[in-house]
Design a protein around this ligand. Structure first.
Ligand code: GLY
Length: 601
C-alpha cells in the first residue's frame, strides 16, 4: 500500500485532513502484506515528508483575486504585486519570469527558452513557443567524431551547446498582445533585486555549490556565483550588477535591448570564444511562434496543453487516452496495480516520443495519428496486468498505419479568469554555466535536447532519432508540458487547474500524476501535488520511484510483475499548480519538493 496525502476535494476545505489511503492493492490482499513493514514505511514516510511540507499550508494558499505560484518567494511576490497594482496574468507572468532570472539562476533565465500557455478571461487559449533555436550554422556533424560517434559533452558544455535564446522575445510578445501595465513597470522588480541582491537560502547555496566546478571554469561566472572560487554560503547576499544593467537596457529598449547591441554582442562573444557558431544575425532573427494549443479530454474534463516542439502535450494526451478506459479510482492511488498500468503506458508513450516527435517546422509530426483513439487502443492492447513488458520488446508504434531541477514552472491566475502556465529552462542547472561577456546573463545548453545520434541518450536519458536531429534554425524537442484543466458548467468551460513542471523527461509523468490525483483520486490540488511520484520512460528500463511514499509491499508487488524498480535519491519535478476554489477565487498549490511559494492578491 502506498500511503499518501489523499485529502479529498469533496470535503470542506478547512476541515480536510490528510488520511492514509485505504489498502486497495489486490496483490496486497492476496496475502503478501507485512503489517510491520507497512507501519514502518508509514512512519518513515511521515518522518521524511513532514519536514518537507512544514511551513507550507497543507491545503494550499487561498487568494480571491489572483495568485502566482513559483519556485521563488521573490518572484511569486513580484508577480502578485503586479496583480495588486491592476495588472493581469500576462503582466504578472512577465514580472515573475524576470525575477526568476535573478533569484533562481538554476533555471530562471533571460538566455533560455520556454513555453507559455495562456487562457484569456473569455476562455480563449493561446500557446506561445519561445523555445531556443539552433544557430543557423549549426550542423549534426559538429557533434560527431571522425568515426561518426556522438560527443555528448559538446551539447552540454561550451559554445556549441547554446541555443539562440527565446525567453525575452516570448515575454515581450506576451506583453505586446495581452499585457496591460507598462513594460518598464514589469521589469523594475527584477532590476531592483539584481541591483540590491537577495539572501541565498540554504537550498540556493546548495544548488550553486553543486555547480561550483563548472562555474569556476568561466571567470565571469565564477566572479558572480562563487566567493573567489569557493561556494557562497547560505545567507550571502547575491548582487548581480551586470545583470541589473542588462535588465535596465531591457526596460528601456524592450527586446531590442537584448537581441541587438551590447547584450547580444556579449552573448555572441562568449559563445564563439568557447567553440560555438552563433552570430549576431541569429539573435536578431529570433522570433517566438504562436501555435495552436492541443485540446483533449479526460473523463469529461477539457485538457489544454502544449503542442510540438513540446513532446509533453502529445504524450500527456496519449497517456490519458489509454488510461481513460480503466477505473483508476477503484484500483486506487499508489496501488501496485495502478502503478503497473501507468508504467506500461508510459513505456509505450516514451517509445513513440523517441521516434515521432520533433520541431513541427522541420518534421511532419503525426499528431492526429498519435492521438487517434483507435491507435491508442491498439498501442495498449498488449499490456498484461500480470507482468511488465521489457522495454527491449517495446518499439515505437506505427501511428500512420492505423509517439530538475533545471527547468522551472510557474502558474498565474488573475481575478478575471485569465491564467498562464509557463515552463522555462536553461536545460542543465545554470545551463552551460557560462555568462555572456559583460551581461551577467547565464547561457543555456538546450542543444542537448536534440538527439545527437540514434541510440545516444541526452542528459535526461531520453532517446531520439531523425525527427529530433540537430539542424540549423530548428527547435530541440522538449518535455515541457504547461497544461490547463477545465470543466463544463452551465454551458461554459470553467478553469479548474493550472499546472506544469520541470524535471526533463519526468515533466510529463509528473503532470500526468497530479492530474490523475485530482480527477481520479479526488485529491485537492495541494494533496495532488504532494503525493509521491514514479516514472518510466521506456529506456532505461527502470521504474523509478521517489525516495519517500512507496512502501515495501507495493515495491515487492511491482517487482513480482517483472519491473526493475529503483528508488531514486532525488524528488521528481516541481508542479506549481493553481486550483479554482469551489467558492470562487484561487488556491495556490506550491510543490514542497523545492522552495516553491504562492503569493496571492
Ligand atoms: N530542457 C528540458 C526540456 O525542455 O524538456
Amino acid at each position: 500500500m502506498a500511503t499518501q496525502c489523499t485529502a479529498r476535494r469533496s470535503e470542506a476545505l478547512p476541515r480536510r485532513r490528510c488520511p492514509v489511503a485505504p489498502d486497495r492493492d489486490p496483490d496486497y490482499r492476496a496475502g503478501d502484506m507485512d503489517l510491520r513493514k507497512t507501519v514502518f514505511g508509514l512512519i518513515l514516510l511521515l518522518a521524511v515528508l513532514g519536514p518537507q511540507v512544514r511551513g507550507a499550508d497543507p491545503f494550499g494558499v487561498r487568494a480571491p483575486n489572483g495568485i502566482v505560484v513559483s519556485p521563488s518567494i521573490h518572484a511569486s511576490e513580484a508577480g502578485a504585486q503586479v496583480l495588486r497594482d491592476g495588472g493581469n496574468a500576462a503582466d504578472a507572468t512577465v514580472a515573475t519570469a524576470l525575477v526568476l532570472a535573478v533569484t533562481y539562476p538554476l533555471a530562471g533565465n533571460l538566455a533560455g527558452g520556454g513555453f507559455i500557455l495562456y487562457r484569456s478571461p473569455d476562455g480563449e487559449h493561446h500557446a506561445l513557443d519561445c523555445r531556443e533555436v539552433a544557430p543557423a550554422a549549426l550542423t549534426a556533424e559538429m557533434f560527431l567524431d571522425e568515426e561518426g560517434r556522438a560527443k555528448p559533452l559538446l551539447s552540454r558544455r561550451g559554445g556549441l551547446a547554446v541555443g539562440v535564446p527565446g525567453s525575452v522575445a516570448g515575454l515581450a510578445e506576451l506583453h505586446r498582445k495581452h499585457g496591460k501595465l507598462p513594460w518598464k513597470r514589469l521589469v523594475q522588480p527584477a532590476i531592483e533585486i539584481a541591483r540590491k541582491g537577495f539572501p541565498l537560502t540554504r537550498r540556493d547555496a546548495h544548488h550553486l555549490a553543486s555547480q561550483n566546478k563548472v562555474l569556476n571554469r568561466h571567470p565571469e561566472s565564477g566572479a558572480i556565483f562563487t566567493d573567489d572560487g569557493a561556494p557562497h554560503p547560505a545567507g550571502f547576499r547575491l548582487v548581480q550588477k551586470d545583470l541589473a544593467a542588462t535588465l535596465r537596457l531591457l526596460a528601456r529598449k524592450g527586446p531590442e535591448g537584448f537581441y541587438r547591441g551590447p547584450v547580444a554582442e556579449g552573448i555572441v562573444q562568449t559563445v564563439r570564444d568557447t567553440g560555438g557558431v552563433m552570430t549576431l544575425q541569429d539573435l536578431a532573427d529570433y522570433k517566438p511562434v504562436w501555435r495552436e494549443p492541443l485540446v483533449g479530454s479526460y473523463r469529461g474534463y477539457r485538457v489544454v496543453t502544449f503542442p510540438p516542439p513540446s513532446s509533453g502535450g502529445i504524450a500527456l494526451l496519449q497517456m490519458l487516452g489509454m488510461l481513460e478506459a480503466h477505473d483508476l479510482a477503484k484500483s486506487g492511488a499508489g496501488a501496485s496495480r495502478t502503478i503497473h498500468r501507468m508504467t506500461e503506458i508510459e513505456r509505450r508513450v516514451y517509445a513513440d516520443r523517441s521516434r515521432w516527435l520533433g520541431d513541427p517546422d522541420f518534421y511532419d509530426v503525426p499528431t492526429a495519428e498519435l492521438l487517434d483513439p483507435a491507435y491508442l487502443r491498439l498501442r495498449a492492447a498488449d499490456i498484461s496486468m500480470d507482468e511488465a513488458t521489457p522495454s527491449e520488446k517495446v518499439a515505437p508504434g506505427e501511428p500512420r498505419a492505423v509517439e530538475s531541477r533545471q527547468t522551472l514552472h510557474f502558474s498565474v491566475a488573475d481575478r478575471d479568469g485569465g491564467a498562464i502556465a509557463m515552463t522555462t529552462t536553461l536545460n542543465g542547472p545554470l545551463g552551460t554555466g557560462m555568462v555572456g561577456e559583460g551581461t551577467g546573463v547565464l547561457l543555456n545548453n538546450e542543444i542537448d535536447d536534440f538527439a545527437l545520434a540514434q541510440g545516444v541518450a541526452n542528459t535526461w536519458g531520453l532517446l531520439g532519432g531523425e525527427a529530433n536531429a540537430v539542424k540549423g534554425n530548428k527547435r530541440p524537442l522538449s518535455s515541457m508540458t504547461p497544461t490547463l484543466l477545465e470543466q463544463q458548467e452551465g454551458g461554459d468551460w470553467k478553469l479548474r487547474m493550472v499546472l506544469g513542471s520541470p524535471g526533463g523527461g519526468k515533466i510529463i509523468t509528473s503532470v500526468l500524476q497530479v492530474l490523475l490525483n485530482y480527477v481520479d483520486h479526488d485529491m485537492h490540488a495541494q494533496a495532488a501535488v504532494n503525493a509521491p511520484r514514479f516514472h518510466h520512460q521506456w529506456h532505461p528500463d527502470e521504474l523509478m520511484l521517489e525516495p519517500t511514499g512507496f512502501v515495501h509491499d507495493v515495491i515487492q508487488a511491482l517487482e513480482k510483475r517483472g519491473h526493475r524498480v529503483t528508488v531514486q535519491r532525488g524528488m521528481f519535478g516541481n508542479v506549481n499548480a493553481i486550483e479554482a476554489a469551489e467558492d470562487g477565487g484561487w488556491i495556490g498549490a506550491p510543490d514542497p519538493r523545492r522552495e516553491s511559494r504562492a503569493a496571492g492578491h
